[in-house]
Design a protein around this ligand. Structure first.
Ligand code: HEC
Length: 263
């Protein structure tokens, strides 16, 4: 039963890749280090995957308070940092030889929903044939939620990395510089206009402010593995953004992903 499900999923992934061809996937490989998300091809497919029904509606029941973050830190430093690095940037010594490389989870956890992260930690790389460990039998459910709280706190700068295994901390300035470079490449290649790039950068800034001040625990819908839609509608409802700014951002976001410039 499980094997059939994996085959169906793989067939779906191949179909999704087919129109872009080999060149496009080579572009993904070369573009991804620039985005600071690790060189692993296929992260885009994982970030667009549909979450299995058992997980799709889950939200984090554990508040990200000091106790949870302390438990999460212990789990992260003993179980995860070897591959994902102390700062959760995907650069731990144990992950150096892996292909795809460990994800920059301090960063990606700022956008991916509770349901997506819990699914990925529970089932690991099984659905995608990667080296990510399935933690279903290693960590109980509370421990999996605690570590999600911790990696989000690492990526928002709320907690500092424990310098044990090595690896960089998430650096917002570096990320902004990489985004600027990615946007100017996209404009040069005619994927987007300069005006769209400026709007994308502006809206991205507001999304970052939202995620670091409000937090995204519990947000998102079971249809999407990320929480972008939910954040954008909050920002439109509170008049931080106009609807057309939000719409243009989503449209550009999807085109950048399709062009292999962003994951
Ligand atoms: C043996 C190395 C290894 C260990 C240990 C490991 N991971 Fe991973 N992890 C990976 C690799 C490789 C990927 C990228 C491939 C993938 O997404 O399946 C990954 C991906 C992930 C993702 C998906 C991120 C995204 O943006 O799609 C999450 C979440 C994650 N790991 C969390 C954890 C947590 C939490 C721990 C510790 C409890 C942990 N990992 C331990 C190797 C590891």
């Amino acid at each position: 039963m499980k094997r059939i499900w994996i085959l169906v999923l793989l067939a779906g992934m191949l179909a999704a890749c087919a129109p872009s061809g080999d060149n496009a996937s080579a572009e993904v490989e070369s573009a991804s280090p620039g985005m600071g998300m690790g060189p692993g091809g296929g992260m885009m497919e994982r970030h667009r995957a549909s979450i299995p029904a058992d997980f799709a509606d889950l939200t984090n029941p554990i508040a990200a308070d000091d106790e949870s973050l302390t438990r999460g830190e212990e789990i992260f430093t003993t179980q995860c940092a070897t591959c994902h690095g102390d700062g959760g940037m995907g650069d731990g010594p144990g992950g150096a030889a892996l292909d795809p490389a460990p994800a920059a989870i301090a960063h990606t956890s700022q956008m991916m929903s509770d349901a997506y992260l819990f699914w990925r930690i529970t089932e690991g790389g099984i659905p995608f044939e990667t080296s990510m460990i399935p933690y279903r039998d290693i960590l109980d459910e509370q421990a999996r939620w605690d570590v999600i709280n911790y990696i989000r706190a690492l990526g928002s700068g709320q907690v500092m990395p424990q310098g044990k295994m090595g690896g960089n901390a998430f650096d917002p300035e570096l990320e902004a510089a990489q985004r600027a470079e990615m946007l100017s490449t996209a404009v040069e290649q005619g994927v987007i206009t300069q005006k769209e790039a400026d709007n994308f950068d502006f809206v991205h800034g507001e999304v970052d402010v939202y995620t670091s001040t409000q937090g995204i625990a519990g947000m998102g819908s079971s249809d999407r593995p990320d929480v972008l839609d939910a954040i954008l509608s909050e920002l439109v409802n509170s008049d931080v953004l106009a609807q057309d700014q939000a719409d243009s951002f989503m449209d550009v976001h999807d085109r950048l992903m399709d062009a292999g410039l962003m994951q």
